[in-house]
Design a protein around this ligand. Structure first.
Ligand code: ZN
Length: 374
């Protein structure tokens, strides 16, 4: 799984697709002047403000420039803005190929990529080969933050540090690619810490973002609204949990959400969504093992809602691997008979069952989690 493979849907059906990465030309677009001809170039304060503002909204920014790479990058560093640009493409190839490589590396749909350049010929070249990429002439640079496609519906903790998360991700993947020896050894070297915590008001917006974005690893394909989850925060029979993962490279951000309901002798896992970008780090398995261990400690069986969609096969594998099966058990009686349950069954909802036993802590990460339903 590459970064954010599941991350290409519009935030809301009635909104324009939000730009997730803006690719900048440099000469006479980001800065005034032509580096190779003028030697000196200037970055206007207003343009610098646009870069910083888009960054704070969680919009990634990159570069496609026909220049000498080292020369141009040194200039960006001297101007104090190099850190804002990920996966810069500075060289002599075509811009459409550069933009395509950036989109591929980020695993973003072309419709979520924007490109800004002062040269009509470059805009036309990109538009011809990548018709879904949004092109903007350089004279519109100061207007970008006011456009709806550059105004994400929600701003969350994770969107404000999205660039840092991607930059950490690139360093992490590079190191993983170079690592020799067993993968478990590499995973141990990361110093991963998984934190499971009760959702707070602020985190609920991250939860909603996560359930919207993680269609591949959403167990039911059901979207729980912010309001619905918020109403459960104070309910002693429900736990709304957010999972975050960090390691020595930096934060992965919020990577999972669980909605759990307590019944006599049984915990009902109504929602489990995990970000597919952390599956290869063992986060999903660690989470299910933690839950099984906690339920075993409380003497409760586990029942997990699962609905097969065309995108969540990996989630079913995670459940089966953790020991969930299709056996019917008396503990699920509390869930049958109601109108909600009949509607769920008609909707193709399966209920997977586990009689949990204590499980050992993971060897590849440290785990911090609350005692549930206390
Ligand atoms: Zn049972």
């Amino acid at each position: 799984m590459d970064a954010a493979a599941d991350d290409d849907r519009p935030d809301r059906p009635d909104r324009p697709v939000t730009v997730k990465c803006l690719v900048w030309d440099l000469d006479n677009t980001l800065w005034q002047g032509t580096l190779l001809e003028d030697g000196e170039v200037a970055l206007a304060d207003e343009v610098r403000k646009v870069v910083i503002e888009l960054d704070s909204r969680g919009i990634l920014q990159s570069v496609s420039s026909k220049n000498d790479h080292d020369h141009a990058w040194a200039r960006l560093e001297a101007l104090g803005v190099a850190e804002y640009f990920v996966l810069p493409e500075i060289g002599w190839g075509t811009k459409s190929e550069a933009v395509r490589r950036i989109a591929d590396r980020l695993n973003f749909a072309h419709s979520t990529i924007a490109f800004i350049d002062d040269q009509p010929a470059e805009l036309a070249e990109v538009a011809f080969h990548l018709p879904e990429v949004r092109g903007y002439p350089a004279e519109r640079v100061l207007a970008l933050p006011d456009l709806p496609e550059f105004t994400p519906a929600t701003s969350t903790v994770d969107s404000r540090r999205r660039r840092a998360m991607y930059q950490a991700g690139f360093r992490r993947e590079a190191e993983r690619a170079e690592a020799t020896g067993p993968d478990e050894e590499f995973l141990r070297s990361l110093g991963m810490v998984m934190r499971v915590g009760r959702a707070t008001d602020e985190e609920l917006s991250r939860v909603e973002e996560l359930t919207l974005r993680t269609s591949q690893m959403n167990a039911t394909g059901v979207h729980y609204s912010d309001a619905r989850l918020r109403s459960l925060l104070a309910d002693p029979h429900h736990e709304v949990l957010v999972v975050t993962l960090t390691d020595r490279f930096g934060p992965h951000g919020a990577v999972g959400v669980l909605l759990l309901a307590r019944h006599p002798g049984m915990w009902h896992l109504k929602l489990l969504a995990t970000s597919c970008r952390v599956v290869s780090y063992g986060a999903g398995a660690a989470l299910l093992n933690w839950l099984a261990d906690a339920a075993a400690g409380a003497g409760a069986h586990l029942v997990a809602d699962f609905r097969a969609t065309d995108r969540n096969r990996m989630m079913e594998i995670a459940y089966r691997f953790a020991g969930f099966d299709d056996h019917s058990c008396a503990c699920a009686a509390a869930l049958t008979g109601g109108a909600e349950s009949r509607a769920a069954a008609a909707n193709g909802l399966q209920r997977l069952h586990l009689v949990p036993e204590p499980r050992p802590a993971p060897t590849t990460m440290r785990r911090e989690a609350p005692v549930l339903f206390t």
